[in-house]
Design a protein around this ligand. Structure first.
Ligand SMILES: NC(=O)c1ccc[n+]([C@@H]2O[C@H](COP(=O)([O-])OP(=O)(O)OC[C@H]3O[C@@H](n4cnc5c(N)ncnc54)[C@H](O)[C@@H]3O)[C@@H](O)[C@H]2O)c1
Length: 251
């Protein structure tokens, strides 16, 4: 059986760490050509190295909050590989800040919405412009969060609200993009074993109360789902929440 993503050109944001890195490595193993984007250049280079010498990768330091940088990322991708097939708009995260409304800081609210929601919008817009222009369909996946479906008391309000915005953005885009044969799906991780989560002291004690399987998700498990959803093996998978959350949002 040939690799699932042979020759597919995929842009991945947040590729220097965690879920983005795991997805990058899986997509590379499946034969994709990758543009690895994110804030931390050294981390992007490390991901490219881990993908191996046979992998076709470029690294493009990019702040997804800056539309010019994101447009330049997609232009560099098309220049290098000649086309675009898919984007995984994954960059984001929560800042450490009080989770209560009365104690919330407006600047931190704005920063989290800008990264998680506006940055995702900017990334998807740049990808859609190219995919629509090419006229051959494509695939868009954004990373949401289980906290957008089932809030937790310890997460910042801005993060949960921004991720809920991502879920609804993807839902709305499913309608618009269908006419272009562009599929739109949302990865919904529960707590996953990535650097920011592993850095939280007593994570299990604080969070496993709401998790039926009482486990963190391995980013490689998320990567397998994303690779499948990006591939031609899922031609009618669109408008889907790809929930991998150890049961968190089902109870
Ligand atoms: N790990 C979890 O438990 C979990 C759960 C639900 C959702 N998520 C989401 O998954 C995604 C990946 O998170 P992760 O856990 O792998 O964390 P991570 O910190 O390992 O990876 C996130 C990456 O995004 C990059 N990034 C942040 N802001 C950026 C910006 N403005 N421009 C470009 N890149 C930027 C960071 O540099 C980082 O490498 C995030 O959107 C996060 O909100 C994670």
């Amino acid at each position: 059986m040939s690799p699932m993503l042979e020759g597919k050109v995929v842009v991945i944001t947040g590729a220097e760490s965690g879920i983005g890195r795991a997805v990058s490595l899986r997509c590379a193993a499946e034969g994709a050509h990758l543009a690895l984007a994110g804030l931390v250049e050294e981390g992007l280079r490390e991901t490219a190295q881990l993908a191996g010498e046979d992998a076709a990768t470029i690294t493009v330091p990019t702040d997804i909050r800056d539309a010019d940088q994101v447009d330049a990322l997609f232009a560099a991708t098309v220049k290098e590989f000649g086309r675009l097939d898919a984007a995984f708009a994954n960059a984001g995260g929560a800042m450490r800040t009080p989770s209560e409304l009365a104690d919330s800081d407006l600047d931190i609210w704005k920063q989290m919405v800008e990264t998680n929601l506006t940055g995702t919008f900017i990334t998807l817009r740049a990808a859609a412009r190219i995919l629509i222009d090419q006229g051959e369909g494509g695939s868009l996946i954004a990373t949401g969060s289980s906290t957008a479906i089932r809030p937790i008391a310890t997460a910042p309000l801005a993060y949960m609200a921004a991720k809920a915005g991502v879920h609804q953005l993807m839902r709305a885009l499913t309608l618009e993009m269908a006419q272009h044969n562009i599929r739109v799906n949302t990865l919904v991780p529960g707590g996953s074993a990535t650097p920011p989560v592993l850095a939280i002291e007593n994570y299990a004690e604080k969070n496993f109360g709401t998790v039926p399987m009482k486990a963190l998700v391995d980013p490689d498990e998320l990567a397998a789902i994303v690779a499948f959803a990006l591939s031609d093996q899922a031609p009618h998978m669109t408008g889907t929440l790809l929930k991998v959350d150890a049961g968190r949002t089902s109870v």
